[in-house]
Design a protein around this ligand. Structure first.
Ligand code: DGP
Length: 114
């Protein structure tokens, strides 16, 4: 998608603080961190949200989850704990329409999910 913000980051047209990358995925620090560690993981291929997962290969889905664990380990929060979040749609306040997972940790997170 030509004008999608995260597609542009994935193509290297907009700089990011990269944490991890492979052929299919990119992980980079959130521009507006909500925790001491806040990393976004995106598929490089555009899909708007979790609602598009039925079109995605199983290997990509597994890769996204494995990348979250690898990021947590690399960020040193594997044992202290972390949260994996994907906002989907307006009620969840998804602000960028390119599927992404937030990896959040490095401090005790709120007890409440919402
Ligand atoms: P969400 O609200 O779940 O759609 O999260 C989108 C996140 O993307 C939000 O936490 C801020 C982050 N973000 C928005 N624009 C940029 C950007 O240009 N660079 C980076 N690194 N993060 C961004």
């Amino acid at each position: 998608m030509k004008d999608c913000l995260f597609c542009r980051i994935a193509r290297g047209e907009i700089p990011c603080d990269k944490v991890f990358e492979n052929e299919c995925l990119l992980a980079f620090r959130d521009i507006s961190p909500q925790a001491d560690k806040h990393v976004l993981i995106i598929p490089k291929h555009h899909m708007a949200s979790l609602n598009d997962l039925s079109e995605a290969p199983d290997a990509l889905l597994a890769g996204l989850l494995r990348a979250a664990q690898a990021v947590a380990r690399a960020e040193g929060i594997q044992d202290s704990g972390y949260r994996l979040v994907s906002n989907c749609g307006p009620d969840a306040r998804q602000s960028v329409s390119h599927l992404h997972f937030h990896v959040l940790g490095g401090r005790q997170l709120s007890e409440r999910m919402v």
